[in-house]
Design a protein around this ligand. Structure first.
Ligand code: NDP
Ligand code: HEM
Length: 497
């Protein structure tokens, strides 16, 4: 006999035989009382949970945030003070593909971070891009519909994507990044991460500052062309998992330099662009980056499902000294994520170890399915309502963020009115060298195969507003890749495919 552990039922009783079903005679039938058989089959039927509605395919690891810079005059957050180190979890992802999608597809990459601070979990749920496709949260479900499968064909639809994008010029900045080299990073280590939204920092004196968070890869940027991506997918669909897991397993820990940009409330009144518009960056020349520390990933999960699939990130998770901003998309996300977790993981998703804060948790929510710890972790069974006279948990006024002056008439403001959707994509386009521009044109043309001419022309008109060369380059690539021609006689644009 070895000293191997004894196999048990989920109730802890030893299992006498895990090879042979209990039957009446050697030929069967099966005895209903063979509960271990029932339990094995029943558990197997419950091994899958809903995949994330977006960002389903992901790769994650644990690490540390180390603060070396001093931004204590902007924030009281303990995890952002000089010398602070905070354990954290990162999950990278593609947006559109399902759980079984190939890793090396052109897509925006999710860059979700959970910092287990002593003041509660702080989640920064960003992407590898500093901007996004939309600026009004009404558009998010529609946008995602265009990225997912067509309800009739059950295939992804280039027509739907470009129809939506061409009718939504605020997407131009993000579309340009997506179709540029950075739209297909070689792996999670060789790309930047961005908080993307404007958040806020606030200090003990009750002053608020607007902030952008950036995580700059120390491994350098590396990208694949579409052709190389296709070759890799032909060999492995799990290239990101292999790269991230492998590099940490070998002890080669990837690092990112953590930077912030800061804007005062007064400056925010005077910028030429809306600083809460998610389709815009803050130009570095006007708002220089301040280096504040390093993020390192140094530990793989022991169980992918328990720790990465069940990880629940939410922009609602902020801590004293860090706050949200009026960004409409951010405000909607404050609702959407915890709601998604309650559906995908269960009411008490924060009881799952990977999501548990590493500080004491005291609240008055009670009962509910999968409640592991009772409604209240006070050790006082009489304190199950509030206010009470039995020394139950009480609020902490110092955690209240400073007041924010808001004015204006309640209405539905057209988020496209007066917005310049072209200047920042132009600044990006002008940064690309001739080869980068060539790949941009070619990637866009490849993604437009089969799209009706009327949609193609609408999109080309937007590219022309960015730069004449942008439109001309994409048009030439459409011609060479798809034989695309504008029907000049009827003036009705047509597509050869
Ligand atoms: P800067 O010249 O100061 O900064 C340029 C930025 O562009 C750098 O952060 C660089 O990232 C990034 N960059 C370089 N190549 C690409 C690419 N192919 N795709 C996406 N980003 C790239 O200029 P500005 O701050 O005035 O911004 C000009 C344009 O740069 C913006 O309109 C925006 O499109 C883009 N950009 C700006 C950022 C910002 O926060 N200001 C952030 C990212 C992009 P890196 O440092 O990693 O090399
Ligand atoms: C995942 C909603 C915009 C980054 C998700 C999920 C939902 C969602 C429901 C799945 C959560 C889960 O099941 O665990 C929305 C809505 C948005 C929005 C409603 C806009 C109104 C954005 C933006 C970013 C972003 C702007 C980045 C700047 C992510 C990331 C994930 C994610 C990284 C994956 C998190 C993980 O790894 O678990 N989003 N999203 N989303 N979203 Fe968004």
């Amino acid at each position: 006999m070895t000293d191997r552990p004894i196999l048990t039922t989920t109730a802890g009783a030893p299992v006498p035989d895990n090879q042979n079903t209990m039957t009446a005679g050697p030929r069967g039938g099966v005895m209903l009382q063979d509960y271990q058989l029932l339990e094995k089959l029943a558990h197997q039927n419950r091994e899958r949970i809903p995949e994330r509605v977006v960002h389903a395919k992901g790769w994650g690891a644990y690490g540390t945030l180390s603060i070396t810079g001093d931004i204590s005059r902007y924030t009281k957050a303990k995890c952002l003070q000089p010398g602070a180190t905070t354990p954290m979890l990162a999950r990278f992802s593609t947006v559109a593909g399902e759980l079984g999608a190939a890793d090396h597809e052109r897509d925006v990459r999710g860059f979700a971070l959970k910092f287990y601070t002593e003041e509660g979990n702080w989640d920064l749920v960003g992407n590898n891009t500093p901007v996004f496709f939309i600026r009004d949260p009404y558009k998010f479900p529609d946008f995602i519909h265009t990225q997912k499968r067509h309800p009739k064909t059950n295939m992804r639809s280039a027509t739907a994507m470009w129809d939506f994008w061409s009718l939504s010029p605020e997407s131009l900045h993000q579309v340009t990044i997506l179709m540029s080299d950075r739209g297909l990073p070689v792996d999670p280590m060789h790309m930047n991460g961005y908080g993307s939204h404007t958040y806020s920092l606030w200090n003990d004196a009750g002053e608020r500052f607007w902030v952008k968070f950036h995580f700059k890869t120390q491994q350098g940027h590396q990208h694949y062309t579409n052709a190389r991506g296709e070759e890799i997918i032909g060999k492995t669909r799990e290239g990101y998992q292999e790269a991230l897991f492998g590099t940490i397993d070998r002890g080669e820990f990837p690092k990112w330099t953590v930077q912030v940009q800061i804007m005062t409330e007064a400056q925010a009144e005077a910028t030429s662009f809306n600083p809460f518009d998610l389709t815009k960056v803050w130009p570095h020349g006007e708002f220089p980056v301040i280096e504040i520390g390093t993020m390192e990933l140094n530990r793989n999960a022991e169980n992918y499902f328990a720790e990465i699939e069940q990880a629940a990130f939410s922009p609602s998770n902020i801590i004293p000294g860090i706050g949200h901003s009026p960004d409409k998309v951010l405000q909607a996300r404050v609702f959407s994520y915890a709601d998604a977790h309650r559906y995908r993981l269960g009411t008490h998703y924060e009881h799952i170890p990977v999501n548990q804060p590493k500080c004491p948790v005291h609240h008055y929510h009670r009962d509910g399915s999968m409640n592991m710890y009772g409604g209240l972790a006070t050790g006082n069974p009489d304190a199950y309502y509030e206010p009470n006279s039995v020394d139950g948990p009480v609020e902490q006024p110092s955690a209240k963020e400073p007041p924010l002056k808001i004015d204006g008439d309640m209405s539905r403001y057209n988020h496209r009115d007066g917005n310049d959707d072209y200047s920042q994509p132009r600044a990006l386009f002008n940064m690309f060298d001739a080869d980068q521009k060539g790949r941009l044109f070619s990637n866009i043309a490849a993604a437009m195969g089969g799209v009706p001419g009327v949609i193609v022309e609408r999109q080309l008109a937007h590219f022309k507003m960015i730069h004449e060369d942008y439109e001309a380059g994409v048009r030439a690539a459409l011609e060479s890749q798809h034989g695309y021609k504008v029907d000049t006689i009827s003036a009705t644009p047509t597509a050869a495919e």
